[in-house]
Design a protein around this ligand. Structure first.
Ligand SMILES: [Zn+2]
Ligand SMILES: [Zn+2]
Length: 256
């Protein structure tokens, strides 16, 4: 399984992109930095785009993907919960902000949307995908993705404390989760439902206790302004827990 981090931050600039992760050039997890990262051919080759929740930084590129599908006379397959579909349909793809790609053209919409149910596995292009609810300020599911050759990762999407409730349902060989801010923002993390290194530690200890191992961890959704501080705290945490915890960055490719 080839995991390519296209966007790893919560702010966009010339050097940082919003969260998007590409698996085997086939599946995209979240769509904050897809169209800005991928040549058009690679966009057209995508088998599916899986969205964790309806916050802007995670589904921003969906309208652009729809427009590219229109011009290239194809369609793009998007998977997410009903809450995400409703948000897209009412706020963005509503015929005012942008074209109603979820419904047009009626015989074959540019965006082929499949509603996923939490805790109900589906097969997408040969991958077994399991949406698992996590604790965030909008309805959010993480995705466990198992490839045909038996590799498994779990991407949590945005999450706050309480992520451990997902642990009984997943057994990843690699974990991708978020750390938005450094430890001095722990109170912010508890309130806004994001993680700091200290909050992540509690969740990882719970994982280890339940599962008896810790997978390598890759982090996304960092605030670029605080990244140095986060990095130092994560390095310390990695040493304490004895597992590799890496801040992902745009362009990072990991082979599982
Ligand atoms: Zn969010
Ligand atoms: Zn976010």
């Amino acid at each position: 399984m080839k995991i390519q981090f296209l966007g790893a931050h919560n702010c966009e600039s010339a050097t940082t992109r919003l969260v998007s992760i590409l698996i085997d050039d086939a599946l995209a997890l979240d769509a904050g930095g897809l169209t800005s990262s991928l040549p058009i051919e690679a966009q057209l080759d995508l088998k599916a785009v899986l969205l964790t929740h309806h916050h802007y930084d995670h589904m921003r590129d969906v309208p652009a993907l729809g427009m590219n599908a229109l011009f290239y006379e194809t369609s793009v397959s998007v998977y997410a919960t009903q809450a995400v579909r409703d948000a897209l349909a009412s706020h963005w793809l509503n015929g005012t902000i942008y074209a109603s790609f979820l419904e047009r053209p009626p015989e074959s919409p540019r965006i082929k949307f499949t509603v996923v149910e939490p805790n109900k596995a589906i097969t997408i292009a040969g991958y077994e995908v399991l949406p698992i609810p996590v604790n965030h300020s909008a309805p959010t599911v993480g995705y466990q993705v198992a490839s045909p050759d038996g590799k498994t990762l779990f991407y949590t999407g945005d999450t706050g404390p309480g992520l451990a409730e997902a642990w009984p349902d997943v057994s990843p060989q690699l974990l991708i989760t978020e750390v938005t801010a450094p430890n001095r923002y722990e109170e912010f993390g508890r309130r806004m439902l994001h993680l700091t290194p200290s909050l992540l530690k509690e969740e990882l200890l719970a994982f280890q206790k339940l599962k008896g191992y810790l997978p390598p961890v890759f982090l996304v959704h960092m605030n670029p302004q605080q990244e140095k501080e986060i990095e130092a705290e994560v390095e310390q945490l990695s040493g304490e827990l004895g597992t590799s915890i890496t801040l992902a960055h745009e362009g990072l490719v990991v082979q599982l």
